[in-house]
Write a protein that binds this ligand. Structure first.
Ligand code: COA
Ligand code: AMP
Length: 626
């Protein structure tokens, strides 16, 4: 092994030639003649004249290439006590028939389909079926409630919504269908057609004329005829995935077909050291980007076997659950969020459960979604005795900006660092005036344009917001929204968000959208939400509210907690509200969230010189530190 530095430098010096080589791993229906179109900055397009079908690359070519009987997907569901393995042939069969079913329901190339489902194989089949038709899927995480789902439906404007009757959490069954019905009520966009997977744990009532039963559709060739893959332009969208921004309105991150396939295939071998036939398990959810890239597309594009796990790291049934899955399916590469490892460590501090399982196949544990704190890194690497690899990325990029590339060149591990920038990412740390920070000096982490293939070309239907949110802070750079530094060896340390996005158990949430819910309560005059440190979840949101004159605080906390759960979803883990006399602000009226967060986390925060009334902050300190 060796050669990271040369490859990295080559990728920046001559991106077109670097990514042309990588593009050879994809099966194109029309080979791209041009690699990068940079004639319209800040918009860049990869493989503009290429044509392909992502689903055909993920399924058909492996069936045709000798992997038809190899497991493609292993569904392991401790919450329902079931398991099922799909070979590539079986996954193709189900996918092409569901594509036919969607086509019969009016879905065509370029149409959008919203998928709101738990971690069941049908979610993967629905995604791949959309890709097969050249339709654009938008998966909404099942932990989001009706209002969040409605906001995404209104932005995505789907022709069909695919959902399930329920999700199964360790302690309860979550009704998805009533949440979907409520969302369709709230949404302005009119969705005429839904497909519902009835789960035996709790079937739902279907609305005649609108809802179709997944199994009934799939039972007949008339309603589910096999559909061939539809070639699409490399720049056509494969999916839209909404993520939290600074405002309450989620951003629709667009992923194209061509660059995505090229980048993911490159990453599977070079970052994850995975070969066709290997078993790869990302213990995430299809509702997040990790699920899109590394439960569904990455492993399947490569011809590996992916594991789809419907369960938790603890409580399904115990802290040995992950090790059981890894051992039982001979997983080679495992990918989780650090929060999951912290949850295991809390219940099984010595890692005693590990001894019960044969983990001889397991070669790597990859970590992302939030910073891998050194304590968790040491615990996992000592207990597992394999490389524990932090890597940093975002919904926007779709694959790692920085990693320790296990298939290319193994770098020295510096706990707390995501290691080095990946090819194509010219990472720069910038000061507020745009000048470059020195080594070890913290600043805004930016990437010089163009971003590599697979990263967002724009936001769904909103080029202006794309430019305003990411490209306008520093001319010629993509603003990641994270702060951090490069050390003297070029190792990158990502220290946290510089905006109002918080990270709760690996889930990215906007404090703005939680504030929007609190503000609608009749007793609340003003409010702020901050993310405060939590041992297991990394961060949890905490609310501070100022009452309207004469309003009562009776039952207020319960009502606000319930409102956030109902509007945003249980996943927000919003449990704490304090009533305060006033919120600290700058003279121009900006609430000092960062200062409050620092105080709540026990740090000595400098008081900004622009503060309007330092007395307000002094009075808040004991509350924040309690
Ligand atoms: N559908 C419906 N509800 C969901 C849900 C889903 N897909 N996912 C989570 N929820 C609910 C949970 O049931 C829980 O509800 P409760 O308040 O009634 O208990 C709430 O949302 C919070 O869930 P969660 O964040 O999972 O917290 P937890 O306390 O149940 O478990 C962890 C904590 C750390 C074990 C868990 O968060 C975890 O496994 N995190 C890993 C996250 C991850 O993989 N992120 C992807 C980035 S790589
Ligand atoms: P998401 O878009 O949901 O994947 O969240 C992306 C955000 O999670 C990033 O902007 C970071 O703030 C954080 N994040 C993800 N991975 C890491 C990591 N390895 N180290 C530090 N922060 C991370």
């Amino acid at each position: 092994m060796g050669g990271y530095r040369e490859l990295f430098e080559a990728s920046l010096a001559d991106p077109a030639s670097f990514w042309a080589d990588a593009a050879a791993a994809v099966t194109w229906t029309r080979e791209p003649q041009q690699v990068l179109d940079d004639t319209n900055p800040p918009f860049y397009r990869w493989f503009p004249d290429g044509e392909l079908n992502t689903c055909a690359n993920a399924l058909d070519r492996h069936v045709e290439g000798g992997r038809a009987e190899q497991p493609a997907l292993i569904y392991d569901s401790p919450v329902t006590g079931s398991q099922r393995t799909y070979t590539y042939r079986e996954l193709l069969d189900e996918t092409q028939r569901f594509a036919g079913a969607l086509a019969n329901l009016g879905v065509g190339k370029g149409d959008c389909v919203v998928i709101y489902m738990p971690m069941v194989p049908e979610a993967v089949i629905a995604m791949l079926a959309c890709a097969r038709l050249g339709a654009v899927h938008s998966v909404v995480f099942g932990g989001f409630a009706a209002h969040e789902l409605a906001a995404r439906i209104d932005d995505a404007r789907p022709v069909v919504v695919v959902s399930a009757s329920c999700g199964v959490e360790p302690t309860r069954t979550v009704d998805y269908k009533p949440m979907l019905d409520a969302a369709l009520e709230i949404a302005e966009h009119d969705t005429a057609t839904c497909v519902i997977l009835q789960r035996e744990q709790r079937p739902s009532e279907l609305i005649t004329g609108r809802d179709h039963d997944w199994r009934e559709l799939m039972a007949s060739e008339d309603t589910a005829p096999p559909h061939a893959p539809v070639p699409v332009a490399a720049n056509d969208p494969l999916y839209v995935l909404y993520t939290s921004g600074t405002t309450g309105k989620p951003k629709g991150i667009v992923r194209d077909n061509g660059g995505h396939a090229v980048a993911l295939l490159w990453s599977m071998r070079n970052i994850y050291d995975t070969e066709p036939g290997d078993v790869y398990w990302a213990a995430s959810d299809v509702g997040w980007v990790v699920g899109h890239s590394y439960i569904v597309y990455g492993p399947l594009l490569l011809g590996a076997t992916t594991v789809l796990y419907e369960g938790k790291p603890v409580g399904t049934p115990d802290a040995g659950a992950f090790w059981r899955v890894a051992a039982e399916h001979r997983v080679k590469v495992m990918f989780t969020a650090p929060t999951a490892i912290r949850a295991i460590k809390k219940e099984d501090p010595d890692g005693a459960a590990l001894a019960q399982y044969d983990l001889s196949a397991l070669r790597y544990l990859f970590q992302a979604g939030e910073r891998l704190d050194p304590g968790t890194y040491h615990w996992a690497s000592e207990r597992l005795g394999i490389p524990v690899v932090d890597h940093w990325w975002q919904t926007e990029t779709g694959w790692s900006i920085a990693a320790n590339p296990m298939g290319l060149e193994v770098h020295e591990v510096k706990p707390g660092s995501a290691t080095v920038p990946m090819p194509g990412y010219d990472v720069r740390i910038l000061r507020p005036d745009g000048s470059r920070c020195d080594a070890n000096e913290e600043g805004a982490i930016c990437v010089r344009l163009p971003l590599p293939p697979g990263t967002l070309p724009t936001l769904w239907g909103d080029d202006d917001r794309y430019v305003a949110a990411y490209l306008s802070a520093f001319d010629g750079y993509y603003l990641t929204g994270d702060g951090g530094y490069l050390d003297e060896d070029g190792h990158l340390f990502v220290m946290g968000r510089t905006d109002d996005v918080i990270n709760v158990a690996g889930h990215r949430l906007s404090t703005g959208s939680i504030e929007a819910v609190l503000a609608t309560h009749p007793a609340v005059a003003e409010c702020a939400v901050i993310g405060v440190a939590d041992d297991v979840k990394g961060q949890v949101p905490r609310g501070l509210v100022v009452l309207k004159a004469g309003a009562s605080a009776d039952r207020l906390e319960d009502e606000l907690v319930a409102a956030v759960r109902e509007n945003i979803g249980a996943v927000a883990s919003f449990k704490t509200v304090d009533v305060v006399a006033a919120l600290p602000k700058t003279r121009s009226g900006k609430i000092l969230r960062k200062t409050m967060r620092g105080i709540a986390d026990g740090r000595e925060e400098p008081v900004p010189s622009t503060i309007e009334d330092p007395g307000v902050l002094d009075k808040l300190k004991p509350i924040l530190r309690a």
